[in-house]
Design a protein around this ligand. Structure first.
Ligand SMILES: Cc1ncc(C[n+]2csc(CCOP(=O)(O)OP(=O)(O)O)c2C)c(N)n1
Ligand code: SF4
Ligand code: SF4
Length: 1315
C-alpha cells in the first residue's frame, strides 16, 4: 500500500530530511497545484500493508519515525474493534444521543423539561416522536413538555401509576425539583429510569458544567444509582438500567458526567432494537411488564395508594421494601450479563483495572476514571504497583463485591469524589468506602488495615488529567498522605491541593499510539462547532476510525471563544479531557493570535492554519505580536494561511467561515480522498441547513468549492526566531485599587485571556459576590463592520443609542471648553433643544465594544450612520470614544422619561455578552437609564442572567457617584418570590430607618447637639421618604452630614449605620417568558396578587432562549421550536389578561423596537405605580430566525405591532375611569398589513410551511383569526368596555379587518405615534 504525502512546498523536505506528515492531499484530491505529491512506502506494521490500494482509495501516511518532531502521523484507516462485525453498527454520537436512543426504544411515555446539558435528550425523543419513529413495542413514544421539572416528575409519577413505562431526562436544579416525587416513586417500588447528565448545583454561582453534586443530593431518595463512565457506557448502561428496574421494581437513576460524557462525541457500537427485543422477550421481563401494568390504578381492580400512616405502621412499611433493595444488585449483574451477551462488552458494578499486585488504588465514579486508567497503564509500565477501581453501582451499595475487587495487596486507598459537601469531613463516596473498609476490618481482624484518604476533583468540569491522577498516587505514596485534598486547582488558602505530579508530568501523552489530535479555535455562533461536529461524524463513519470530539465555550452568548477538540485514530479513544498537544491547530479568527495563547497546545512540527487577511509573511509578520512569532519559530509548524472571511463573503455567507475552514481541514489532513470529503461535506451541509432553506445550503456549498484555492503555505521567516523578548500587556491598565479594579486585575483579566484555570483559590470571594462594571475592559472588537456618524444628516433623535443592545453607541454633549482637548477627529454639531445652550452634540461609537449588529444604522431615520469595516476606523474611533468618556454626564437637561432624554443618562448596563442584536438587552439598558442609580434587580435564570452576569463579565455598572444596579440571580423557578422578598425586606428596613429618623427628630435640640443642616435634611427626608426624586437627593446630602456627626449621639450612630437605606430603591423582577409563563408562573401569580410595590419585566422571546429555543407557553401557535418539532398547536397564553384580571395590577405590553416612546412611558408609569406592575416586552431573538437577520429586528417588530401580532397597550389601575379616561389604553390603535405575510419573514414559522404546508396554513390562519379577535376585544376595552379575557368580542364590534389600513408610522416618534 502506498502513502501519498503532500510536501509543504514543492520539492522541499522538513527538518532532518523528514517529509511533511500526512496533512496532505491524497491522490485525486483537489489540490493546490503548486504543491508536490511525495510517495512513501507504508511501514510494515501498518495494517493493510502489502495490499494494493484501489484507485481513489484512502492513502495513509508514513510511520512516526518519518515525521517531524513528536507529531503523530496521520492515523491509518483501520476499523476500530467491533466495526463491521455482523450485528455491530458503529456510529459517532454524543452521550446524550447514545442514552436517548435506548430510552426511546424501551419507554411508552416521557415528560420533558429543558436543562443544560440534559436538554438534548428531551429534544431528540420529541423529534423522533414527531417523525413517527417506533420503539421496541412498535409504538411512537408519547412526549409531553411540562412547565417545570416539578411538573415532569409529577407527570412521570402519574404515568407510572397508570402502568406506563415512563422516563425523563434532567440534572442539577431540575433534579432537585424532582426530589419529592422521587421519594414517592421509590416508595411505591415502581420501575422507572431517570437519565441524568450530572451537573454542578447553583451555590455561590450557577454552573452548567459537570460534576456529581446533583446526583449526590438525591442519593437518599431510594433510587438505585448506576453511573456510566463513557459514551459507550452511557448507551449500554442506559439499557442495563431499563432492564434492571423492571427486574428489581426499584427505580433507577442512570447518570453520566454533564458535558464531558453528555456532549462528547465518540464512536460507539450501537445496540439495535432487535437485540433489545430479544432480551425483553424473556419471561422475566414479560412478567415484570405485566406486573407493572397489572398493579396500575384501574377502576376494574381498584386499590388506593399514597394514604396517610401514623407512628404505628409507617416505620414497618418502610422496612418492608428491604428485600427489593437486597435483590437489586443481582438484578443489575443479570442485566449487565444480558447486555454483554448481545454486545460482547462486559460490565461489572465495580471493576478493577491495574496491577494485580497493586499496593495503591484510586476509587472513583464517572468519566474521570478514564484519566486514572490512562495514568495507571502509564505507571504500571514504569513498574509502579497501582490500580483503579471504577464504581458503577452506587445505590444499592454492595460492600462485599466491592471489597472482592480490591487486590489483597492494596494497602493504601484514595477515594476521589466529584462533589463537595462542605463541612462533612469527607465526601459521600469516601464515606461509603470508609464505612465499607471499616466494617470489613472490624468483622475480620485478620484482614490487613488499609490506609484511606479522600479528595475532590473536577468540580464543574474542571479538567482532570492522567497527570492529576498520578499526583493522587504520589500523595498516597507519601509517608503522611494529605487527607481531604483537592486536585487540579491551586488552593493557597487552606492549602489542601496536591502539587503537580513528578511521576507523570503535565504534558506527557498517555493516549493510544497513533491518535491524532486537532484544535479549532472559533467564535461563538460562527459555526465552527457545528462544522466540527459534522467533520468528526464524517471521519468516524467514512474513514472507519475511532473518533472523539469535545467542545469548550466561554461565557458569551455570541462572539465568545469556542475551542473544538477532535481526536481520531486506529484505537478506541477514551481520554476524557481536552486536547493538550495538537497535531493540527486552526485559528479561525486572526485576533485570537494576539489575545490568547493559542499556540500553547500545538505540537512542535504540527500544522497551523490561520484565518487572516494577512496572507504573506511580511504583512502577517507586521500583524502578529513578537511573542507569537517567536513561538511559531520555535515550534516550526507547517504554517498555512487563508483569508476565509473573503471566501465566506464571496460565497454569500457573510462572516461564517466555518465551512471554509472545514474544507481546508479535509484538504490538509487527507483523512479522506478530497472528492469523497467534498461530497460528504456537501451532504452534511444539506442535511444541517435544509431547515433554513435552499439558499443557505447553496451558499455553504459554494464556500466548500472556493476554499482550497485560497489556501497558502508560508515559509516561516528565519528572523522570527531571534526577535527580542519584551512583555506587552494588551489590556488597558486598571484605573484604581478599589475592589472592582482589584478584581479586574486579579480575576477578570486572566479569565479573559482564558487563563482562569491557573487562578489560585485566594483570589476569589468565598461567597461568590463580584463587583459590577467589568465588561468595560473586555474590548472584544468582534464586529466586522461598525457604524460611523455622518454629522450632516443627524437630527439628534438619539434613536441609535436607544436601540443599541450593547450600549456601544451614545450621544455626547460637550461644552466649547470641554472640547479644548478633543482629538481632531472628534467633530460635533450644535446641540438642539431647550437647555442645550452652547453645548455641542456628537454620536460616538465604541468600535471595540460594538458587535456590528447594524441595528443602529437600520434604526436611524436620517441616514446619519454608515457601516464601515472596523479596521478602517478602529484606532480613530477608539480614541474618540475614550475622549467622550471624559466628558461630564449632563443628565439634568432633559426629562429622562423620554426617548431622547433617556439616552442622555449613562447606561448602567453595558457591553454584555448577549448575541449581537439581542432584543432583550435594550429593555434592561433602558431600565438602568431610567432608574439605574436606585435599581435592584431580581433576575430569573435565563439569557438575561447569563448575559447579565457570567464570570468575569459583569455588565451592570455604576455612575460617577458609584451608584448603580444591585443585581442578583436566585434560581429559575423562584424569581418572583425572590424579588418579592427583596421588596418586603427593603420596605421593612426603610420603615425602621424612618422610625429612627422620627425618634431623632423628636429629641429636643438641647438634648442632642445636631447641626441645623442635619436636622433640616432629616426632616425633609422624613416628609418625602417615599418620593425617590426628593428622598434620594436628600439621602445623598445626608451621607457627609451623618459621617461628620455620627459620634454626636448613639441614635445618630445608628442612623449612620443604616444610611444606605435612606435611598429609595426601585425593585424590578426580571426574567424571560419561560420563567414567567411556565416554571415561575405560580410564584409570579402570587406576586401579582400581593399588592406590593414591585415591578416585573418579562423579556418575551416566546421561547426558552437560553437553553436553545424550546417551546414555552408564550410560544405562538404554529411556531416550530424545540420540544414543538411539529409546530405548536395551542395558542399563546395571555399573561397580560391574567394580570389585568386582578384589577389592581399595572400592565403594559410593549415593543421597544416598534415604539420607543410607548415603552419608555410604560416603564416610567409602572415604576410610579404604587402596586404591582407588569411590563411585557416583545424581544426579538436569534431563535426567531428572522430571514433578513437580527439587523431587521426593528422593521420586524414594527410589522409585528402593525399587524396586531404583538399588541401595544397599557392598563393603569391608577386612572380613574370616566367617559373619556379609561384604565385600558390601546397604543397601537389600528391594524395594517397581513399577519400571515409577516409570519413568512421568520424561520420559526417557515419551517412548518416547508415541512407540512397544510398544517402550516391551518395554524397560521387560526393565529391570524386569534390576532384579530384579540384586537377587537382590546378596542372594546379601550373604549371602556369590560369583558372576560378570551371571550369573543360583542357582535356590535366591527371586525379588525374593517379597520383602516392607512395608518403611518412616525419614525421620529419611534414607530406608532398613536399613544
Ligand atoms: C429548575 C431549572 N430547570 C431548568 C433550568 C434550565 N434553564 C435555565 S434558563 C432556561 C430557559 C430560560 O428561558 P426564558 O425564561 O424564556 O428566558 P430566556 O432565556 O428566553 O431569556 C432553562 C430551561 C434551570 N436553570 N432550572
Ligand atoms: S452596530 Fe449594533 S452594537 Fe454596534 S453601535 Fe450599532 S447597535 Fe450598537
Ligand atoms: S435572548 Fe436570544 S438574542 Fe438575546 S442573548 Fe438570548 S439567545 Fe441571544
Amino acid at each position: 500500500m502506498e502513502a501519498h504525502l503532500k510536501a509543504p512546498v514543492a520539492g522541499k523536505t522538513c527538518r532532518q530530511g523528514q517529509v511533511a506528515r500526512a496533512l496532505v492531499p491524497a491522490a485525486g484530491r483537489v489540490a493546490n497545484t503548486k504543491r508536490a505529491v511525495t510517495v512513501l512506502a507504508t511501514p510494515p506494521e501498518a495494517p493493510g500493508a502489502g495490499t494494493a490500494a484501489a484507485p481513489g482509495d484512502y492513502k495513509t501516511s508514513s510511520a512516526a519515525a518519518q515525521t517531524s518532531g513528536n507529531v503523530v502521523p496521520f492515523p491509518s484507516p483501520v476499523p476500530v474493534s467491533g466495526a463491521g462485525k455482523p450485528g455491530r453498527k458503529m456510529a459517532p454520537m454524543d452521550g446524550n444521543e447514545a442514552t436517548a436512543n435506548i430510552a426511546y426504544a424501551v419507554s411508552d411515555v416521557s415528560f420533558i423539561y429543558p436543562i443544560t446539558p440534559a436538554t438534548n435528550m428531551g429534544e431528540m425523543v420529541d423529534q423522533w416522536a414527531s417523525e413517527g419513529r417506533t420503539n421496541v413495542f412498535n409504538n411512537v413514544m408519547s412526549v409531553t413538555e411540562m412547565e417545570s421539572e416539578t411538573g415532569a416528575a409529577g407527570a412521570l409519577h402519574g404515568a407510572l401509576a397508570a402502568g406506563a413505562l415512563a422516563t425523563t431526562f434532567t440534572c442539577s436544579q431540575g433534579l432537585l425539583l424532582m426530589v419529592p416525587n422521587m421519594y414517592k416513586i421509590a416508595g411505591e417500588l415502581t420501575p422507572c429510569v431517570l437519565h441524568v447528565t450530572a451537573r454542578a448545583l447553583a451555590k455561590h454561582a450557577l454552573s452548567i458544567f459537570g460534576d456529581h453534586q446533583d446526583v449526590m443530593a438525591v442519593r437518599q431518595t431510594g433510587w438505585a444509582m448506576l453511573c456510566s463512565h463513557s459514551v459507550q457506557e452511557a448507551h449500554d448502561l442506559a439499557l442495563v438500567s431499563h432492564l434492571a428496574t423492571l427486574r428489581a421494581s426499584v427505580p433507577f437513576l442512570h447518570f453520566f458526567d454533564g458535558f464531558r460524557t453528555s456532549h462528547e462525541i465518540n464512536t460507539i457500537n450501537l445496540i439495535d432494537n432487535e437485540a433489545i427485543k430479544s432480551i425483553l422477550a424473556k419471561p422475566i421481563y414479560q412478567d415484570a411488564i405485566k406486573h407493572h401494568r397489572a398493579r396500575a390504578l384501574n377502576p376494574t381492580h381498584p386499590h388506593q395508594r399514597g394514604t396517610a400512616q401514623g407512628p404505628d405502621v409507617y416505620f414497618q412499611c418502610a422496612e418492608a421494601a428491604n428485600p427489593f433493595y437486597d435483590r437489586a444488585y443481582d438484578h443489575v449483574v443479570a442485566a449487565m450479563e444480558e447486555v454483554s451477551a448481545v454486545t460482547g462488552r462486559v460490565y461489572k458494578p465495580y471493576e478493577y483495572v491495574g496491577a494485580p499486585d497493586a499496593d495503591k488504588v484510586i476509587i472513583l465514579m464517572g468519566s474521570g476514571s478514564g484519566a486514572v486508567e490512562e495514568a495507571v497503564h502509564y505507571l504500571n509500565a514504569q513498574g509502579k504497583k497501582v490500580g483503579v477501581l471504577k464504581v458503577r453501582l452506587y445505590r444499592p451499595w454492595n460492600s462485599k463485591v466491592l471489597l472482592e475487587q480490591i487486590p489483597a495487596t492494596v494497602r493504601k486507598v484514595c477515594v476521589l469524589d466529584r462533589t463537595k459537601e462542605s463541612g462533612s469531613g469527607g465526601e459521600p463516596l469516601y464515606q461509603q468506602i470508609s464505612m465499607t473498609l471499616h466494617e470489613a476490618e472490624m468483622a475480620d481482624p485478620a484482614l490487613p488495615r488499609r490506609y484511606i484518604v479522600g479528595g475532590r476533583f473536577g468540580l464543574a468540569s474542571k479538567e482532570f488529567l492522567p497527570s492529576h491522577a498520578a499526583a493522587v498516587f504520589e500523595n498516597l505514596d507519601a509517608k503522611k498522605p494529605m487527607r481531604d485534598f483537592s486536585v487540579g486547582i491551586v488552593d493557597d488558602v487552606t492549602h489542601r491541593s496536591l502539587p503537580d505530579s513528578k511521576w507523570l508530568p503535565l504534558g506527557t501523552s498517555t493516549l493510544p499510539k497513533g491518535t491524532f489530535e486537532c484544535l479549532f479555535w472559533g467564535m461563538g455562533s460562527d459555526g465552527t462547532v457545528g462544522a466540527n461536529k459534522e467533520a468528526i461524524k464524517i471521519i468516524a463513519s467514512s474513514a472507519g476510525m475511532s473518533a472523539q470530539a469535545y467542545f469548550s465555550y466561554d461565557a458569551h452568548k455570541s462572539g465568545g471563544v469556542t475551542v473544538s477538540h477532535l481526536r481520531f485514530g486506529p484505537s478506541e479513544i477514551s481520554a476524557p479531557y481536552l486536547v493538550q498537544q495538537a497535531d493540527y491547530l486552526a485559528v479561525n479568527h486572526q485576533s485570537y493570535m494576539a489575545k490568547y495563547d493559542t499556540l500553547a497546545s500545538l505540537k512542535p512540527g504540527g500544522v497551523l492554519v490561520l484565518n487572516t487577511v494577512f496572507t504573506n509573511p511580511d504583512s502577517l509578520g507586521k500583524y502578529l505580536p513578537d511573542k507569537v512569532k517567536r513561538q511559531i519559530a520555535a515550534l516550526k509548524p507547517q504554517l498555512y494561511v487563508i483569508d476565509a472571511q473573503a471566501v465566506a463573503k464571496a460565497s454569500g455567507l457573510g462572516k461564517h467561515v466555518n465551512m471554509v475552514m472545514q474544507t481546508v481541514f479535509f484538504n490538509l489532513s487527507g483523512v479522506l480522498p478530497m472528492e469523497k470529503a467534498i461530497a460528504l461535506l456537501k451532504k452534511s451541509i444539506t442535511k444541517a441547513y435544509e431547515r433554513k432553506g435552499p439558499e443557505v445550503v447553496s451558499k455553504n456549498h459554494a464556500a466548500v468549492d472556493l476554499a482550497v484555492a485560497a489556501l497558502k503555505k508560508l515559509d516561516i521567516p528565519a528572523a522570527w526566531s531571534t526577535l527580542p523578548t519584551h512583555v506587552v500587556n494588551p489590556n488597558p491598565p486598571s484605573k484604581g485599587n478599589t475592589s472592582r479594579w482589584e478584581f479586574i486585575e486579579t480575576v477578570a483579566k486572566p479569565m479573559l485571556a482564558l487563563e482562569g484555570d491557573k487562578l489560585p483559590v485566594s483570589v476569589f470571594s468565598p461567597e461568590g459576590f463580584v463587583p459590577p462594571g467589568t465588561t468595560v475592559i473586555e474590548k472584544r472588537a468582534i464586529a466586522a463592520q461598525v457604524p460611523i456618524w455622518k454629522a450632516e444628516n443627524c437630527t439628534q433623535c438619539n434613536i441609535c443609542a436607544f436601540v443599541c443592545p450593547h450600549a456601544a453607541i451614545r450621544p455626547a454633549l460637550a461644552s466649547p471648553a470641554d472640547l479644548a482637548g478633543a482629538p481632531s477627529t472628534f467633530n460635533s454639531i450644535q446641540a438642539k433643544g431647550p437647555g442645550m445652550g452652547d453645548l455641542k452634540y456628537r454620536i460616538q461609537v465604541s468600535p471595540y465594544d460594538c458587535t456590528g449588529c447594524d441595528l443602529c444604522t437600520h434604526a436611524c431615520p436620517d441616514n446619519a450612520l454608515q457601516s464601515v469595516p472596523i479596521n478602517s476606523v478602529l484606532e480613530v474611533e477608539a480614541t474618540n470614544w475614550d475622549f467622550a468618556g471624559t466628558l461630564p454626564a449632563r443628565t439634568d437637561i432633559m426629562d429622562k422619561a423620554t426617548v431622547k432624554g433617556s439616552q442622555l443618562q449613562p447606561p448602567l448596563m453595558e457591553f454584555s455578552g448577549a448575541c449581537e442584536g439581542c432584543g432583550e438587552t435594550p429593555y434592561v439598558k433602558l431600565l438602568t437609564q431610567l432608574f439605574g442609580d436606585r435599581l435592584i434587580i431580581a433576575n430569573a435564570t435565563g439569557c438575561s442572567s447569563i448575559w447579565g452576569g457570567s464570570a468575569p463579565s459583569n455588565p451592570y455598572t455604576t455612575n460617577a457617584d458609584g451608584y448603580g444596579p444591585a443585581w442578583a440571580n436566585s434560581l429559575f423557578e423562584d424569581n418572583a418570590q425572590f424579588g418579592l422578598g427583596i421588596a418586603m425586606g427593603t420596605v421593612q428596613r426603610r420603615k425602621t430607618v424612618r422610625k429612627h429618623v422620627k425618634e431623632v427628630l423628636a429629641v429636643e435640640m438641647d438634648k442632642m447637639p445636631l447641626s441645623f443642616g442635619l436636622r433640616n435634611a432629616l426632616t425633609r427626608w422624613d416628609e418625602h421618604f417615599e418620593e425617590p426624586e426628593v428622598a434620594n437627593v436628600v439621602a445623598k446630602e445626608l451621607q457627609p452630614l451623618l459621617e461628620r456627626e455620627k459620634n454626636v449621639h448613639p441614635m445618630i450612630t445608628q442612623l449612620y449605620d443604616e444610611r444606605d437605606m435612606l435611598h429609595k430603591a426601585s425593585i424590578w423582577i426580571v426574567g424571560g417568558d419561560g420563567w414567567a409563563y411556565d416554571i415561575g408562573f405560580g410564584g409570579l401569580d402570587h406576586v401579582l396578587a400581593s399588592g406590593e410595590n414591585v415591578n416585573i419585566l418579562v423579556l418575551d422571546t416566546e421561547v426558552y432562549s437560553n437553553t436553545g429555543g424550546q417551546r414555552s407557553k408564550a410560544t405562538p401557535k404554529s411556531a416550530v421550536t424545540k420540544f414543538a418539532a411539529g409546530g405548536k398547536e395551542r395558542p399563546k397564553k395571555d399573561l397580560g389578561a391574567i394580570a389585568m384580571s386582578y384589577g389592581d395590577v399595572y400592565v403594559a405590553s410593549t415593543s421597544l423596537h416598534a415604539n420607543y416612546g410607548q415603552v419608555t412611558k410604560a416603564m416610567a408609569e409602572a415604576e410610579k405605580y404604587g402596586g404591582v406592575s407588569l411590563v411585557l416586552a416583545y424581544a426579538p431573538c436569534i431563535m426567531h430566525g428572522i430571514s433578513s437577520g437580527m439587523c431587521s429586528a426593528i422593521d420586524e417588530s414594527k410589522q409585528a405591532v402593525e399587524t396586531g401580532y404583538w399588541p401595544l397597550y397599557r392598563y393603569n389601575p391608577a386612572v380613574k375611569e370616566d367617559a373619556t379616561h379609561h384604565r385600558f389604553q390601546l397604543d397601537a390603535k389600528k391594524l395594517k398589513g397581513d399577519v400571515e405575510e409577516w409570519l413568512s419573514h421568520e424561520n420559526r414559522f417557515q419551517i412548518l410551511e416547508r415541512k407540512n404546508p397544510d398544517v402550516a396554513h391551518k395554524l397560521h390562519h387560526e393565529l391570524d383569526d386569534a390576532v384579530h379577535e384579540r384586537f377587537d376585544r382590546m378596542k372594546h376595552m379601550a373604549a371602556g368596555g369590560h369583558f372576560e379575557p378570551g371571550t369573543p368580542p360583542p357582535a356590535s364590534m366591527p371586525h379588525a379587518e374593517a379597520h383602516d389600513h392607512d395608518h403611518q408610522h412616525n419614525p421620529k416618534d419611534g414607530g406608532c405615534g398613536c399613544h
